[in-house]
Design a binder for this molecule. Structure first.
Ligand code: CA
Length: 228
């Protein structure tokens, strides 16, 4: 079965270009031209990934994203304008997996779409069930993170990033490597996506986010999870 992408976008010429290029890549493509149609299509078509424009008539992209996230962990890539609030888009409030700024290169977009689909279900951390480090506990079966016994409300991407880093303590990863390992991007992706997720994670799991003790910055290189 070909993977199904739901394109939610009101600009008809862009929809045509996206549909043409995605079908050429072997995807099935569903289209919704406004937020209301998008929510209906979610029910009917059960897509494997949603490409969601923020600026939509009727119900806007923010609201659509929130509604989808209440029901589903489907990967969501947001199409945004340059001045959009990335923190909000990738944060708990919306919980999108990624964003791409308009105007974008269609090749890059296709690569970004393929990545999470290739990785879906591919997460496995060598049979470990629970990772404990100081006050932090990650339940890899239930996908639950607690800090001093209290559940930390993480987005699905924050969870994946944290469990990846914590499964490889002490090992330093560059932003590019994290984009490759956690987002599945090989040659594309925006390093800022990694930094924003790390910052949000620290706010949720570190006692003092400005002086992190769990996820450490390695200056000039990237990030690592603390050893021992
Ligand atoms: Ca639009």
């Amino acid at each position: 079965m070909n993977k199904k992408i739901l394109v939610v976008e009101d600009e008809k010429t862009l929809v045509r270009a996206l549909k043409f290029n995605l079908e050429k890549e072997g995807f099935q493509v569903g289209v919704a031209y406004d937020g209301q149609e998008a929510l209906e299509a979610m029910e009917k078509e059960e897509p494997d990934l949603v490409l969601l424009d923020l600026m939509l008539p009727e119900v806007d992209g923010y609201e659509v994203c929130r509604s989808i996230r209440r029901e589903s962990e489907v990967p969501i890539i947001m199409l945004t304008a340059r001045d959009e609030d990335i923190d909000k888009i990738l944060g708990l409030e919306l919980g999108a997996d990624d964003y791409i700024t308009k105007p974008f290169n269609i090749r890059e977009l296709v690569a970004r779409i393929k990545a999470p689909l290739r990785r879906a279900g591919a997460q496995s951390y060598a049979g470990k069930k629970v990772i404990k480090r100081g006050p932090l506990q990650i339940d890899l079966i239930k996908h639950k993170v607690t800090i001093e016994g209290r559940e930390a409300p993480l987005t699905s991407k924050e969870y994946t990033l944290l469990s990846f880093l914590a499964s490889n303590p002490g090992r330093v990863y560059s932003r590019e490597q994290l984009l490759e390992q956690v987002w599945g991007y090989e040659y594309c992706g925006d390093a800022r996506t990694v930094d924003v997720h790390i910052r949000h994670l620290r706010e949720k799991i570190e006692k003092r986010p400005a002086e992190p003790e769990l996820i450490l910055t390695v200056w000039g290189t990237g990030y690592k999870f603390r050893e021992g």
